[in-house]
Write a protein that binds this ligand. Structure first.
Ligand code: GTP
Ligand code: SPV
Ligand code: MN
Length: 590
């Protein structure tokens, strides 16, 4: 952009409020330099070269992985930190027991002390970004100020960053203020604070993904969910995928699965050979903003422009598109390395790790070569199945919403909620095994309503009430379903092949929404009849099929009790209509 910088270094089209805030932050944090990001390719290359020079990026084998880089995080900084993430509302009850809460004044005092002078000797990057297509009425902008070049480079891939965002901020007059410093990467001096009432985020002490790329979970989910409640829309932890059938019709689904439970893979699914004529289009892989549209349907945009995806498990067989997508112009974080400087991770059948994610010579005794939460950052434009509609200002119309969890038992492969209110209970009652995407134990089943436990920016009781109110805003509501790709047998093996074969389930969902597929009513909703779901060509026996589709009443009675107890813990904020749904579920089960 050929815009004349003023004395603050701001481009001419930066609004007064942005300039003012940048000057104020610079006065507090005392950087040596201020760099306003313009989002250009030249700037991106400059950031990469700078990090190569200071050792924070390693160039990967340029013949085999052109334009690819490896970043190794501090070993104490490899995942989101839910216990250090706070929602700071004036009233504690507004944040709800689903969030850690701190009074705004106290949080500001704490953060002021941490940020004072913290950028001395560093460059401060000013990153204007737009979440969503720049010309969409549904999009929202923010500015992230950070002292991390890694964050700036990742934001370039993950958002619409630079001049266009700055111009839109000047027009909107409002933006989310995100302040970030890596500090000393000290877990004892690490906080991710949200102030939804004043549209602010302050993050200190982590350089990792969701803690540091503030446009993603902090803005597009925690702050946006708060705004969405006030304005009558939904900000959700959902992929958006277009399913094209052999007749050429495309139906869009938005699916909420918890972290590391298959969103990116489903969004990029490759149809199995048994389903010729089917095609998948990716609109988004992690976040959906859902708005009541003028035609009475629910419309979705993906606020992001890139993918920050789980690397382990990605290979030619599970997801060929993802595997090809990350062979060029990709930033890898915390994967292993071969002797030839190619990235390596568990799940690849070729190559051998020479170094692990910490840069140590690979020794299986130290654990996996790639960290289980190692990630790729890549522009969505590199996805071979990227939907042309991903840039549509109006978004895409949603046919079905799908909830899903990682449950080794209980939840069948797929079932359909009876109606919207029951669907809200299906979402609110979700549970899933914890994964490496957040610090803490892995494999523990926990309640994760709508896959939003770590991301709802306000009280879940109010959130469910907001969901329950959608029928007043959306005339043609999407169907609501629940899936589980992760059922296991006694030996721990997956019962369902997953990945591309999941399209068989999506096909049933879409047909079901059009009244075309058969279902069997059960107390928890409709499951496919044995013949409504196509199992042809799969290496699955009848007993396994029966198990995948079975609803174990005794086990579900216990589940319904646990869901009821969990929901009751939200006390007075629990909507009566949701309590009523639990009562009805229990009575159907007896
Ligand atoms: P976040 O980026 O953390 O929100 O994760 P995500 O929901 O996008 O999950 P992703 O698609 O990256 O998958 C996470 C892990 O689950 C990877 O190791 C995948 O290989 C694995 N996975 C994805 N889909 C399936 C499936 O259908 N079956 C099985 N068994 N594993 C799957
Ligand atoms: C998740 O944990 O759900 C992610 C990765 O998508 S992060 O950006 O770290 O939130
Ligand atoms: Mn996610």
């Amino acid at each position: 952009m050929a815009t004349a910088p003023d004395r603050s270094g701001a481009p001419a089209h930066a609004s007064e409020s942005v300039r003012h805030w940048v000057l104020e932050v610079a006065a507090r944090t005392r950087p040596d330099h201020v760099h306003w990001c313009d989002g250009s390719e030249a700037e991106y290359r400059h950031l990469l070269r700078g990090m190569q020079a200071d050792g924070s990026l390693l160039q990967l084998n340029p013949d085999r992985f052109p334009g690819c880089w490896l970043h190794r995080s501090n070993p104490s900084d490899v995942a989101r930190v839910e216990h250090l993430t706070f929602v700071c509302t004036e009233q504690r009850e507004d944040a709800g027991q689903n969030n850690h809460w701190m009074a705004p004044a106290e949080a500001r005092r704490k953060m002021d002390a941490l940020f004072a002078g913290c950028m001395r000797g560093r460059t401060m990057y000013v990153i204007p970004y737009c979440m969503g297509p720049v010309d969409s009425p549904y999009s929202r902008c923010g500015v992230e100020i950070t002292d991390s070049a890694y964050v700036a480079a990742n934001m370039k891939l993950m958002t619409r960053m630079g001049a266009a965002a700055l111009a839109r901020i000047a027009k909107d007059g409002k933006f989310v203020k995100g302040l970030h410093s890596i500090g000393q990467l000290d877990p004892e001096r690490r906080f991710i604070m949200h102030f939804p009432e004043s549209l602010e985020i302050q993050s200190f002490g982590s350089g990792y993904g969701g803690n540091a790329l503030l446009g993603k979970k902090c803005h597009a989910l925690r702050i946006a969910s708060w705004q969405a409640r006030d304005e009558g829309w939904l900000a959700e932890h959902m992929l958006i995928v277009g399913v094209q059938n052999p007749e050429g019709e495309i139906h869009y689904l938005a699916c909420a699965f918890p972290s590391a439970c298959g969103k990116t893979n489903l969004a990029m699914l490759i149809p199995p050979a048994s389903m010729p004529g089917w095609k998948i289009w990716t609109v988004g892989d992690d976040i959906a903003w859902l708005h009541p549209g003028p035609d009475g349907r629910l419309w979705a945009i993906n606020p992001e422009a890139g993918y920050f995806g789980v690397v382990p498990g990605t290979n030619e067989k599970t997801n060929r598109h993802a595997y090809e997508m990350i062979r060029h112009d990709t930033i890898f974080t915390n994967v292993g390395l071969t002797r030839d400087h190619e990235p390596w991770w568990e799940g690849l059948d070729a190559g051998k790790p020479a170094y692990d994610w910490q840069g140590r010579p690979y020794d299986p005794a130290n654990g996996p070569a790639a960290h289980p939460n190692s990630r790729f950052t890549v522009s969505a434009k590199q996805n071979p199945s990227y939907s042309p509609q991903a840039d549509a200002a109006a978004g895409v119309p949603i046919t079905a919403l799908v909830f899903g969890g990682r449950r080794r038992s209980l939840a069948p492969l797929v079932y359909q909620a009876r109606d919207w209110a029951h669907g809200v209970l299906v979402g609110a009652g979700m549970a899933s095994e914890t994964t490496a995407a957040a610090s803490g134990d892995v494999g523990i089943v926990r309640r994760d309503p709508m896959a939003m436990k770590p991301f709802a920016g306000y009280n879940f009781g109010d959130y469910w009430a907001h969901w329950l109110a959608m029928p007043g805003r959306v005339k043609k509501l999407p169907g609501i379903f629940h899936v589980n790709w992760f059922r296991r047998d006694a030996q721990g093996r997956f019962l369902w092949p997953g990945y591309g074969e999941n399209l068989r389930v999506l096909a049933w969902i879409v047909e079901r929404c059009h009244g075309k597929a058969a279902g069997l009513d059960t107390p928890i909703g409709a499951v496919p009849t044995r013949d409504a779901l196509d199992f042809a060509g799969l290496d699955i026996d009848e007993a396994t099929i029966a198990e995948l589709l079975a609803v174990d009443r005794a086990a579900w009675r216990q589940e319904a009790d646990e869901i009821g107890q969990y929901l009751e813990s939200y006390g007075a904020r629990l909507p009566a209509a949701l309590r009523e749904q639990v009562t009805r579920l229990k009575s159907r089960l007896t």
